[in-house]
Design a protein around this ligand. Structure first.
Ligand SMILES: Cc1ncc(C[n+]2csc(CCO)c2C)c(N)n1
Length: 223
């Protein structure tokens, strides 16, 4: 059994929790409060600025040119495609790209991005990929699931989100990250695999906390 298949099987209950978070469910049935989505978009933009840096670290730590090229493409795709989605949503909410870029990260956004950057900077390439994988993988799974709900891809606000994350292009990206994880896990000791699993579990948990933070507009105490 591949390492990622094992991960998915073991963490299935936690993945289910992510899929059934009210933010995700309500985005799928179109009832999500627009203000919650606005809050999410701003925080996700700030999140993506740091997340994109993980791809640069990936290029730095890669040991072959093909992997470097892929990380460079992922960095470009995040900055110019995924973040374009956020800039376009922000424009609909009357938020400028400058405002987005200078938005204050929430405690969860900060904790999540800093955890990944810490693993990316101080760990092996396998640890970096374990940290970023739940993000790319779970969004694709959620995108695909929501796209099956009648009307979800055509929703005037959330349709664009569902179409982007369920797209073939995002599927290929997630698949590349999954395959790279399996490649890097090959030949690792049980102790190392356990560490990769722990990192993957933690960022999967952070995914849930990110939905929850957005659903509850959770900033710093007193704000
Ligand atoms: C909290 C949070 N988690 C995951 C993603 C999805 N995502 C982030 S980067 C990337 C890969 C290439 O752009 C994907 C799919 C998100 N936007 N926000």
């Amino acid at each position: 059994m591949k390492f990622t298949e094992r991960l998915k099987e073991k963490l299935e209950p936690i993945w289910r929790q992510n899929h059934s978070h009210p933010f995700v469910v309500e985005m799928g049935n179109g009832t999500l409060d627009k203000e919650k989505f606005r809050f999410y978009m701003v925080q996700d933009y700030v999140y993506l600025i740091d997340y994109a840096k993980l791809f640069s670290i990936g290029a730095l730590k890669a040991t072959d040119v093909k992997t470097m090229e892929k990380f460079a493409a992922l960095l470009h795709g995040t900055l110019h495609e995924e973040m374009d989605l956020h800039r376009s949503y922000a424009a609909q909410f009357g938020i400028s790209p400058e405002e987005l870029e200078n938005a204050e990260p929430s405690p969860i956004t900060l904790a999540y991005t800093h955890y990944m950057l810490h693993k990316g900077q101080n760990g092996t390439l396998a640890e970096l990929v374990a940290a970023l994988l739940p993000c790319a993988w779970s969004y694709w799974e959620i995108g695909k699931e929501l796209s099956q709900i009648p009307g979800a891809t055509d929703h005037e606000l959330y349709g664009e989100w569902v179409r982007m994350y369920s797209s073939e292009e995002f599927g290929q990206l997630a698949t590349w990250c999954i395959d790279l994880m399996d490649e890097l896990a090959e030949g690792k000791s049980d102790t190392e695999l356990l560490e990769l699993e722990k990192i993957f579990l933690n960022t999967t948990r952070f995914e849930y906390m990110f939905w929850d933070m957005a659903y509850n507009n959770q900033m710093w105490p007193g704000e």
